[in-house]
Design a binder for this molecule. Structure first.
Ligand SMILES: *Cc1c(COP(=O)(O)O)cnc(C)c1O
Length: 363
């Protein structure tokens, strides 16, 4: 079966190196927040281009801790998109703040800056952009709105490790960058992991305290949480970080192959924003008869995904109580038509060609 993501295949690529790294951790005597975590934090910060990076337990916590570091909580509003992994919204609500959801741009599936003006109130404290599917949001326009209105801009770069906007890596453009290293992400652990990036030494220190009970030398300076990163996961991430650029290049080449093979079909293929470098976390197309195509592909041994089937504002946990912009039509239309084709660095060109012919058969 060809699945839309395949972390086991990636493990095989670096198996002996990863196994050595894990063995060395378990034979040591430090399992949480030790030298592997410190080394990973230095290497990730240097890779992204920020002064610091702080390892945390997962991507949802990365966002929650980032907001808490900015003193965002009860009574505050945070603007983000409805077309995202629900985790972005989970994290906002975990701080006690309210999420306010806007629509995305039709070509890029990222926050539509034109809607910010409609939803801003005197309670708004921050905007979280989500660089979805490996592609940057319209940072120039969103940053200028945030600067003009004195809002913090945070980046959810959980699907965009290594992607660039006008030469800058994502996670460096906002006041804080948040990354998930869930196993299927471009930089994925063999379990849960996350990272927070920032250029501010003050925020960096506060974030590193918040992830461990708000501790300052064993005494809680802030009400914190437990969101520590394990040594084993940090050791795995250190191995994989070395190959992230070459793995992202493989993803981009396979994405090009798909686009060349599918452009003449009645399919909306992904468009890359001018001046940016996508890392193709997912290769997402839009089709009219999605259910038919999904079944056809399944018969041919191809398991496509849907990211995501229901916009956050229409999910039972949020429907009817979460504030949104008036027009959410791009999100609502896309969620009925999107489909993620298999894409991961280990996928062979031959298999991509096989998937392209399966799609061509259908149309
Ligand atoms: C994966 C993901 C998250 C959540 O990360 P976890 O590590 O699963 O908590 C948040 N936002 C986006 C955009 C994601 O893709």
């Amino acid at each position: 079966m060809l699945i839309y993501a395949n972390p086991a295949e990636q493990f095989k690529s670096y198996q002996s190196e990863i196994e050595d790294a894990i063995l060395s951790v378990i034979r040591g005597n430090s399992y949480i927040l030790g030298k592997e975590v410190s080394a990973f934090e230095k290497e990730f910060a240097s890779y992204i281009g920020t002064n610091s990076a702080i390892g945390v337990a997962n991507g949802t916590n990365a966002i929650e801790i980032a907001l808490r570091a900015l003193d965002i909580g009860i009574g505050d509003e945070v603007i983000t998109v409805s077309h995202t992994a629900v985790a972005t919204v989970t994290a906002i609500e975990a701080t006690g703040a309210s999420a306010v959801l806007v629509d995305v741009e039709p070509d890029f599936y990222t926050l539509d800056p034109a809607q910010l003006n409609e939803v801003i109130t005197n309670k708004t404290k921050a905007v979280i952009v989500v660089h979805l599917y490996g592609q940057p949001a319209d940072m120039d326009n969103i940053l200028s709105f945030c600067n003009k209105n004195k809002l913090f801009l945070l980046e959810d770069a959980s699907q965009a490790h290594g992607a660039k906007y006008k030469g800058f890596k994502l996670g460096t453009l906002g006041v804080i960058g948040c990354f998930s290293c869930y196993p299927t992400k471009n930089l994925g652990a063999l379990g849960d992991a996350g990272v927070v990036t920032t250029n501010s030494p003050v925020l960096s220190l506060k974030i590193s305290k918040l992830r461990e009970y708000g501790w300052n030398n064993g005494v809680s300076e802030y009400p914190g949480m437990n969101s520590r990163l394990d040594e084993i996961q940090a050791a795995v991430l250190r191995v994989k970080l070395k190959y992230l650029d070459s793995d992202n290049t493989k993803r981009r080449k396979l994405a090009d192959l798909y686009t060349q093979g599918l452009s003449d079909l009645p399919i909306q293929v992904p468009i890359v924003r001018e001046g940016s470098k996508s890392v193709f976390h997912l290769y997402v197309i839009q089709v009219e008869n999605r259910q038919g195509l999904l079944s056809h592909l399944k018969e041919k041994g191809i398991l496509a995904g849907i990211h995501y089937p229901t916009p956050v504002h229409l999910q039972p946990a949020y429907k009817g109580r979460i504030k949104t912009a008036t027009d959410m039509s791009v999100t609502e239309n896309a969620s009925a038509k999107i489909l993620s084709l298999p894409l991961y660095p280990e996928l062979s060109r031959k298999n991509v060609e096989k998937i392209i012919s399966a799609l061509r058969d259908f149309f």
